[in-house]
Design a binder for this molecule. Structure first.
Ligand SMILES: O=C(O)CCC(=O)C(=O)O
Ligand SMILES: [Fe+2]
Length: 376
């Protein structure tokens, strides 16, 4: 497959927002935000009643239209996908394909990953975010390919408006990395990422079949044996003015498939038929979304869903998004077999995954714009 150079100029669509009126504690909060490395620290400031203006997003009227789903979010029963019954499998593969095409998003139940492991993982992440700031700062990576990176917002050195979010990103495959603290974190992460990767690879097989390709087609074409798996833990502290802040602005994920769990606190919203929709999931289910690489490979048949995370006043929210991508040196382009069969022209150029990641970092807030750059 051929790879093409792309324009790496920064064309982020983030607009500076007008300052909103702040009350009493604003000056204190402004000072805090200029040197703070975690929003958790700001949120825990005693007496904080208003958020710093650097955290106030401008929502347009379209952004605010949020509904609970009118149609049910697709649910994939994983036990059917791995069953030996060909009839059951073909039914669920069809359902999976429909979910990818109509939503780019679905819930997975009966995935077999133990509930206690999911809970240990969210507990371990909470303990990490509770570490003293200096200990977390040890992992303040700068580059998108740094194997462990802890930080706040997306990239505070270029953003004008910050997100109400701290994060910890860890590369867990093909080489496993982990912070050494807190105790037990490494063991939980190792077991959890291995179990989730197995589920992701089975889902990718089903998705491959749903596109009319061999079950192993995507696995082989994108060398998933050496695939990049990144664990992204997000910490959204309670926010005194949740209606003004954004946990994670609208974006699409750069990978193939993201599998997300949360600590029982909701906040994820996806774009569905032009509206923002709240996602409430079954306890212990996985929330799965299609990423940019699958949109490219499927030549746009499956869309990388645009999503965001909102915050609330009452409870800290923790989400762990496991990103599953191709190997870093894989060139991703629309599957030639698919183009031949459908007699379509490629709608995206081929691009090495590593180059795509670096490109995304140079674009920051607007994940969607990366796809726009590879669209023909
Ligand atoms: O916290 C969430 O629900 C969304 C997280 C997310 O979209 C991401 O980490 O890319
Ligand atoms: Fe995401």
């Amino acid at each position: 497959m051929k790879s093409y150079p792309i324009n790496t100029s920064n064309n982020s669509s983030c607009q500076p927002c007008a300052s909103l009126s702040l009350s009493l504690s604003a000056p204190m909060a402004e000072t805090l935000s200029s040197r703070v490395t975690s929003v958790k620290k700001i949120a825990e400031t005693p007496g904080l009643t208003t958020i710093p203006s650097t955290y106030t997003f401008t929502f347009n009227s379209h952004d605010q239209v949020v509904s609970d789903t009118e149609e049910p979010v697709p649910v994939i029963d994983y036990s059917l996908l791995i069953s030996n019954n060909p009839h059951q499998r073909s039914k669920i593969v069809h359902h999976l394909g429909k979910a990818c095409q109509e939503w780019g998003f679905f819930m997975v139940i009966n995935h077999g990953v133990p509930e206690r492991l999911m809970r240990s993982m969210t507990d371990s992440c909470r303990e990490f975010f509770d570490l003293p700031e200096v200990e977390k700062q040890e992992y303040e990576g700068k580059h998108v390919l740094d194997p462990i990176r802890c930080g706040t917002s997306f990239n505070t050195s270029v953003e004008k408006i910050f997100s109400w979010r701290d994060f910890l990103k860890i590369f867990v495959h093909p080489v496993f990395h982990s912070p050494s603290k807190p105790a037990g974190f490494r063991e939980n992460l190792l077991e959890y990422s291995k179990r989730v990767r197995e589920v992701a690879r089975e889902l990718v097989k089903g998705i491959s079949e749903s596109l009319g390709l061999e079950a192993n087609y995507i696995d082989k074409a994108l060398n998933l044996e050496q695939g990049l798996q990144i664990s992204i833990a997000n910490y959204y502290p309670p926010c005194t003015q949740p209606e003004l802040a954004m946990g994670l602005p609208s974006h699409s994920d750069h990978d193939l498939l993201t599998i997300l769990i949360q600590n029982g606190v909701t906040g994820l919203q996806v774009q569905h038929k032009g509206k923002w929709v709240n996602l409430n999931c079954y306890p212990n289910s996985f929330l799965v979304n299609i990423g940019d690489q699958l949109e490219i490979l499927s030549n746009g048949k499956y869309k990388s869903v645009v999503h965001r995370a909102v915050v609330n006043k009452e409870a800290a929210r923790i989400s762990i998004a496991m990103f599953h991508g191709p190997s870093l040196d894989s060139v991703v382009s629309p599957a030639p077999e698919l183009l031949d069969r459908e007699g379509s022209a490629p709608a995206y150029i081929g691009i090495k995954y590593k180059q795509y990641l670096e490109f995304q970092q140079s674009n920051k807030l607007d994940g969607k714009s990366c796809l726009d750059q590879v669209r023909i």
